[in-house]
Design a protein around this ligand. Structure first.
Ligand SMILES: [Zn+2]
Length: 261
């Protein structure tokens, strides 16, 4: 009777850039990779499976992270990228045939590179990333927008709330995820109008002057977004020789690898 192999699965330690916790992940197993492939149906399913997959591949985690639901609440989207990087590195190692478009002659060419060779990290300097809120006074509309660093739980809540609603796109979801609320002063009143309901936040966001969107994003990057891991690589066009620097989207590439293997 076959009772299973005795395999020492390769492991890799990841320090998350924003919450700065230490996790050890092991390589994906064949059946997990297959399950991921089967999950690529709806954005909600993809996200749920991605989170589950990462969590199940964790072999060592901080003591405070007792279970999956706590993991979702205590892990930021940027932290997930780092965990995904660890999972990627230990499972696939190489980023294969990544298509780069030459900025000069517009030709596309494939590049293969070791993930670890292009890895950069910029850790968040404080310990308050999960509680931190920053107010931004939007220059054109004069509305005050409060932004935060979303967690995996915030992302799931938003997905469940917004998928299927008119005009929903994944871009709209990720752009509004960082918005906690809007406040607008009511002329002649000491009270202000406060928008916190997700659907209303999305509608409000869509009605902002285009320039205000940029202010939200700039502030987010300065306060939260820059504290992250990045995979940045240099390549040279075989056609005209122009150097290209590309930043690899790890989530996208992870699914590309899962699909092609
Ligand atoms: Zn070129």
């Amino acid at each position: 009777m076959f009772t299973g192999f005795n395999i020492a699965y390769p492991e890799y330690e990841v320090i998350t850039p924003q919450t700065k916790l230490s996790y050890t992940v092991r390589t994906l197993k064949v059946h997990e990779e297959e399950r991921m492939k089967a999950s690529l149906i709806t954005p909600t399913k993809i996200t749920e499976h991605l989170n589950k997959c990462i969590f199940e591949a964790i072999v060592k985690k901080p003591e405070a992270i007792k279970d999956f639901s706590m993991f979702l609440k205590a892990t930021t989207l940027k932290d997930r990228e780092a965990l995904l990087y660890g999972l990627y590195h230990i499972t696939y190692e190489e980023i294969r045939n990544y298509d780069v478009r030459c900025g000069s002659c517009k030709k596309e060419y494939p590049v293969t590179v070791k993930a670890s060779e292009i890895f950069n990290i910029n850790p968040y300097p404080g310990n308050d990333i999960l509680d931190k809120k920053v107010k931004v006074l939007l220059p054109v509309s004069k509305i005050t927008c409060t932004i935060k660093q979303p967690t995996l739980q915030d992302e799931l809540d938003s997905l469940r709330n917004l998928v299927g609603s008119p005009g929903f796109t994944m871009d709209l979801l990720s752009e509004t995820l960082i918005i906690e609320k809007f406040e607008q002063e009511i002329p002649g009143s000491s009270e202000s109008m406060v928008i916190t309901e997700k659907q209303d936040v999305v509608s409000g966001y869509q009605s902002l002057p285009a320039k205000d969107k940029r202010s939200i994003y700039e502030k987010y990057n300065e306060e939260f977004g820059q504290f992250n891991i990045t995979l940045r690589m240099k390549s040279f066009c075989g056609n005209c020789g122009t150097e290209e620097v590309s930043t690899i989207d790890l989530v996208e590439n992870f699914f590309r690898m899962v699909y092609s293997s």
